[in-house]
Design a protein around this ligand. Structure first.
Ligand code: 26W
Length: 824
């Protein structure tokens, strides 16, 4: 009843059943007599897909007709997760499907679980893109996502003998959510050379010629908004051999194999997602992916613009392009090339258009994550683009020279070209220079980029070019879908589900913080969510954990800066302390389950060592009868979006403990608090704003501040270093072979004791352990804990991705929504 518009709803469960059965019998050619869960999933998905297609077509028609400004979100990663549950909830018909499926003898949860995650991303940046698409559609913004259709998403993680093993994620076997558009194909050029010649009007022009061609084929994915008919489009490009390139001569003359090899080489471009998070490896194939995707997307955007019949100067009034980190930065020289070389505009008028069209979001300050491409590689692969980049750089440096004539050393610092051996193209600088706005993703982060990596650019352009848009998360997936009971409880008190479209309404929850019935249900829901996770742990690892224990969760990519090592060293410290207590004293302690999850990049040895240590520690502690249920350690295999939907609602405490100044924002911190979990964290990223919103009594902060990190690091390198005593005891245990072969962990320990402890694990260890003790004490007062939980949720309204998208629309894109018209 609370849905205002629904795309052609099923009026009864029977109507849904009829459609699902029809799809199973005709689309899938299966008999209802041996309909298994996978077939039931397929039929359900196809029945809902039909509904989406109608509103999708209608939305696209209305947007074309309105001919208003659109935003294009360019991201190499879209971590979408599953689509069916989201589709059912967004059209408001999950209950109808549940009844229909029950009639057919299925439980809806089992059917939902059949779906493979769309895992086209690594971590935070990819999931943020997915939340943004949900908000853009829910707020009726005319928006498209553009990405790559990887045949293999992020690898599946198996834990074998305590080690991570990577297994390919082949996910496209049956994907009802994508529509191949074989008629939407763009030929993309690589290699070749640049020809300069005089055209008919006597003007010198450049033409990129020769080289090889790869074809980009569009696959479209509908993105339904919540409680609206708006269904936007996510367009993913797939590579294949261009028809002229597939050498039929070879094919016929018996060189079958080499002909097939050519084809496979073309398909390689979109074959696999690079599994590195916050690490740039500079691989040629990755550069090919980036250009392939940028060129295909820009071609598509320009073609759509031209159909509108506008003058070129109107391009930035019709088109906004958001660059999700530097990965799509080649779109900047590509648009300049199209405007100058293909459309014949003057350089300067083209550059004004380019600069007004693009904006860039930075997601990291880690130096090893800042993209640079070697000039020789770019010369080979994209010769014309390299010329354009040099020309952009020349103009920019001349401008800087005019503005700061006395500061010559600034020129080499801000040059797009790093004068190294070989020379490198600094993509972040190109992105800044080619955009009208640059934003960071949390206040601290946006301040930091202005004083570190982009300091000179703030001087050159003034501070207004740089802005902050604090990240957000979609409450549809991360509250309503992941935690339906909590969502329903809140709705029962607020009188409707309107808070899912305006999350600030959660503040009214605070009126019920003393309502005993409400408190009881809140507590029961958390316990049920913990029991659900406990069952998952039992089913996947065989380990039994008690849902009444304090669940302490850290799930995210494994990275030294995120400091899972601090967490596991803390666990060892706790274990040693517990063993030193008398049996009587032990009884007074709070039982705790430490839950870890996350993938390590396949080539990141230190991260893999951390996973191994966690598993070894778990093996020893979980078998120790001295501590029994007082301490358990679990590593959840293959952490992904659908696992997060089980894990996030089940925390009492979650850990967001990066070295201050390293985590740009974090978004799982928001997800956990929105689900009634408290957090232990450093003063980093969005933790700071979460604290401001929910109040410092409701969060457990510890550790050194960002402003002190540099000095501490410097001190370490000059002998000003004292290994924390507690940590030293932990290291002794590891070295003594308590957790298996000590050799396996020397690198991990040496990074701290011998190599400068770059991430300040020792500096923060004591503060961390003390804060964990405060948490034990706080948890003993269950009533007070519950009050903190409810109060925190009530104050989380700010962190909706809807608020975040509205800020982008207003301050960066100058974009208006397009409310769907009543369907005929
Ligand atoms: C070139 C290799 C590479 C790959 C991915 C470099 C950098 C990345 C991403 C930018 C890493 C990433 O996901 N960053 C995360 O972005 C989130 C969304 O803004 C933030 O919440 C996280 O703090 C940030 O680490």
């Amino acid at each position: 009843a609370w849905i205002k518009h629904t795309p052609k709803p099923f009026s009864t469960p029977e109507e849904f059943e009829k459609d699902a059965i029809r799809h199973i019998e005709t689309t899938l050619a299966r008999s209802m007599y041996n309909c298994d869960e996978l077939a039931a999933y397929s039929g359900t998905a196809l029945a809902f897909r039909d509904r989406l297609i109608m509103s999708w077509n209608q939305t696209q028609q209305q947007h074309t007709f309105a001919d208003q400004k659109r935003v294009y979100y360019l991201s190499l990663e879209f971590l979408m997760g599953r689509a069916l549950d989201n589709a059912m909830l967004n059209v408001g018909q999950k209950d109808v499907a549940a009844k229909g499926l029950a009639d057919l003898g299925f439980r809806i949860e089992d059917i939902i679980n059949q779906e493979h995650d769309a895992a086209l991303g690594n971590g935070g940046l990819g999931r943020l893109a997915a939340c943004f698409l949900d908000s853009l559609a829910s707020l009726d913004f005319p928006a498209w996502g553009y990405g790559l259709r990887y045949r293999y998403g992020i690898f599946k993680q198996e834990i074998i003998d305590g080690y991570q093993v990577e297994v390919p994620d082949y996910w496209l076997d049956f994907n009802p959510w994508e529509f191949p558009r074989h008629d939407v194909a763009v030929d993309i050029q690589f290699y070749g050379h640049v020809n300069r010649y005089q055209n008919d009007e006597g003007k010198t022009v450049s033409q990129w010629e020769g080289g090889e061609i790869v074809r980009a084929v569009a696959y479209d994915v509908p993105v339904p908004g919540y409680g609206t008919e708006t269904t936007n489009n996510l367009r993913l490009w797939s590579s294949k051999a261009a028809s002229g390139e597939f050498d039929f001569q070879k094919f016929n003359s018996g060189e079958y194999e080499s002909s097939v090899a050519d084809q496979q080489r073309a398909e390689t471009i979109s074959a696999v997602l690079y599994p590195n998070d916050n690490l740039d490896r500079g691989k040629e194939l990755r550069l090919k992916q980036q250009y392939f995707w940028c060129a295909a997307s820009l071609h598509d955007i320009v073609r759509r613009f031209k159909k509108g019949g506008h003058a070129w100067k109107d391009f930035p009034n019709q088109v906004a392009i958001q660059l999700n980190d530097t990965h799509p930065t080649l779109a900047i020289p590509e648009l300049q090339r199209i405007l100058v070389d293909v459309e014949g505009l003057e350089w300067d008028e083209a550059w004004i258009i380019v600069h007004k069209t693009f904006s860039y979001t930075n997601h990291t300050v880690l130096p090893e994550a800042l993209e640079k491409w070697s000039v020789p590689l770019m010369q080979l692969l994209l010769p014309r683009h390299l010329q354009i980049i040099y020309d952009i750089n020349l103009q920019f440096l001349q401008f800087v020279e005019r503005t700061f004539p006395k500061e010559r050393e600034v020129l080499s610092r801000v040059s797009i070209i790093e004068e190294s051996q070989p020379k490198m193209v600094r993509m972040a600088y190109l992105a800044v220079i080619g955009s009208h706005k640059v934003n960071g993703v949390a206040e601290l982060h946006s301040d930091l980029i202005k004083t570190t990596i982009f300091q000179d650019f703030v001087k050159i352009y003034g501070p207004d070019k740089f802005t902050n848009v604090t990240n957000g998360i979609t409450p549809r997936r991360w509250l309503h879908q992941a935690n339906p009971r909590l969502s329903a409880l809140i709705a029962s008190k607020l009188g409707s589900y309107d808070f899912l479209k305006d999350l600030t309404q959660l503040n009214k929850v605070e009126n019920f913080v003393q309502d005993q019935e409400f408190r009881k249900e809140w507590r029961e829901i958390k316990l049920a969510n913990k029991a659900r996770l406990a069952k998952h742990i039992k089913d996947t690892t065989g380990l039994e954990v008690d849902p009444k224990a304090l669940f302490d969760i850290q799930v995210k990519r494994i990275h030294e800066y995120k400091r899972q090592q601090l967490n596991i060293f803390g666990v060892i410290h706790r274990w040693l302390a517990l063993k030193a207590l008398s049996p009587e004293e032990r009884k007074a302690t709070v039982p705790r389950v430490f839950i870890f999850g996350g993938k390590a990049a396949p080539g990141y040895w230190m991260a893999k060592t951390v996973i191994h240590l966690i598993n070894q520690v778990g093996k020893v502690i979980n078998a120790d009868s001295d501590v029994g249920d007082l301490l358990k350690v679990v590593f959840v295999e293959d952490y992904n979006v659908s696992k997060a939907e089980i894990i996030v609602p089940a925390s009492d405490i979650s850990e967001h403990i990066s070295t201050a100044g390293t985590e740009a924002s974090g978004t799982s911190n928001m997800k956990f608090v929105l689900n009634g979990g408290l957090i232990i964290g450093t003063c980093d990223g969005a933790n700071i704003e979460i604290t401001r919103e929910i109040g410092e009594n409701n969060i457990f902060l510890f550790g050194n501040l960002a402003e002190d990190v540099e000095e501490l690091r410097h001190g370490h390198l000059y002998g000003n270093y004292q290994l924390d005593e507690g940590l030293a005891k932990v290291f002794d245990e590891i070295r003594n072979g308590r957790f298996g072969d000590a050799q396996a962990f020397t690198a991990l320990i040496n990074a701290i004791v011998d190599h400068g402890d770059y991430y300040l694990v020792s500096d923060d260890f004591n503060s961390y352990c003390k804060t964990q003790e405060l948490i034990d004490e706080a948890y003993k007062d269950q009533e007070e804990w519950l009050t903190k939980s409810i109060t925190s949720v009530a104050r989380m309204g700010f962190f909706s991705s809807d608020r975040c998208i509205e800020e982008y629309a207003e301050t960066i894109w100058n974009l208006e929504p397009q409310k769907p018209k009543e369907s005929a």
